[in-house]
Design a protein around this ligand. Structure first.
Ligand code: PSU
Ligand code: MN
Length: 318
């Protein structure tokens, strides 16, 4: 049985030419942000990617079809309909029932990899929750799909230390963009050091080439601190409050993250949403810059290796 996968012609052409493409997730549209900011944000992210010289491919599920690169009307529809949240464990069921769904980081990675996209931008990744045994499928997916994933660190509602440990255990390199500390989603920084600090998009592209040349299977996770976040003390108070409500309501599974994000939006009187929008846009811009740099090194590599088959030749080696 063939996969029902539709790649937008613009994305297809760009991929065939090895031109820069950035994948964007859609759970942030269906479950992460309130209306109407969700649609405004989705459109803005695509514009941001385009302005930085790359092709935007928002990924989602519509009527049981995997879509790579939504049309403008489809984006509009997705932002205003009651869609499901597609992770890897419910993806096949959602497709077989012909549903509409936003794709999480895990699912977007899977579909982007199917399409051959190398760079992906999101807000905050899922990870280890405080509540026992809830770990996002995002971690395993990051271990499995070799893309450059740009984020603002793990979402602040998570057990950040445990999440970083899991990333390390699964061999997922975390690169700090102009920062030695892991980004903290709603706050600029956490106290946790990252594997390496890199300064330029081109440095990240070269690091990814090394990663691929080594045959490592995972994503290269780029952690970019938001330019201006929330006040840490205040945030900690709101998180505590929201988390106690998760326990009271006995929420579990895929409902936990959307509930926490929407409660934080209420408790902070919209300030968490403002920071979320800011970091998503900043991440999309950086991802596009990296995609452009990667296309450049790719082109260089292809020109240099013409006539001398060097499957593992590394950039800057000769
Ligand atoms: N980043 C945001 N807002 C979001 C998400 C990420 O700024 O809503 C979504 C992502 O799609 C991520 C998901 O994969 O939340 C994690 O959900 P869970 O913890 O249930 O795996
Ligand atoms: Mn979960």
């Amino acid at each position: 049985m063939a996969v029902n996968l539709r790649i937008h012609p613009r994305v297809k052409t760009a991929l065939a030419k090895h031109a820069p493409v950035v994948a964007l997730e859609s759970t942030v549209i269906t479950h992460g942000l309130p209306k109407p900011q969700n649609l405004e944000l989705a459109q803005k992210l695509e514009d941001t990617v385009r302005q930085a010289g790359a092709v935007a491919a928002t990924i989602a599920i519509l009527g049981g079809e995997l879509i790579v690169g939504l049309e403008a009307e489809e984006l509009h529809y997705l932002a205003n309909t009651r869609a499901q949240k597609a992770s890897l464990w419910n993806l096949a069921a959602l497709l077989s029932r012909g549903e509409d769904a936003g794709t999480t980081v895990a699912t977007t990675l899977h579909i982007a990899a199917l399409a051959g996209i190398k760079v992906f931008a999101t807000g905050g990744i899922g990870g280890v929750h405080h509540e026992a045994f809830d770990e996002s499928a995002d971690i395993e997916a990051l271990a499995r799909y070799r893309l450059i994933t740009v984020c603002a660190g793990p979402k602040s509602i998570l057990n950040v230390g445990a999440t970083l440990q899991r990333l390390e255990s699964r061999g997922i390199p975390v690169i700090g963009y102009r920062s030695e500390r892991l980004a903290g989603f709603y706050v600029e920084q956490t106290s946790y050091p990252v594997a390496a600090k890199l300064e330029q998009a081109a440095d990240i592209a070269r690091c990814y080439q090394q990663h691929c040349a080594l045959g490592l299977p995972s994503s290269l996770l780029v952690s970019k601190p938001v330019s201006q976040g929330l006040e840490a003390k205040e945030l900690a108070m709101w998180i505590k409050q929201a988390q106690s409500e998760v326990s009271e309501r006995q929420l579990s599974g895929k409902d936990v993250t959307p509930f926490l994000l929407s409660r934080l939006a209420e408790l902070s009187k919209g300030r968490s949403v403002a920071v979320n929008l800011r970091l998503l846009e900043e991440n999309a811009r950086l991802a596009a810059e990296i995609a452009v740099a990667l296309a450049d090194v790719d082109r260089l590599k292809n020109t240099r290796s013409l006539g001398k088959a060097q499957p593992f030749s590394m950039i800057g080696d000769d």
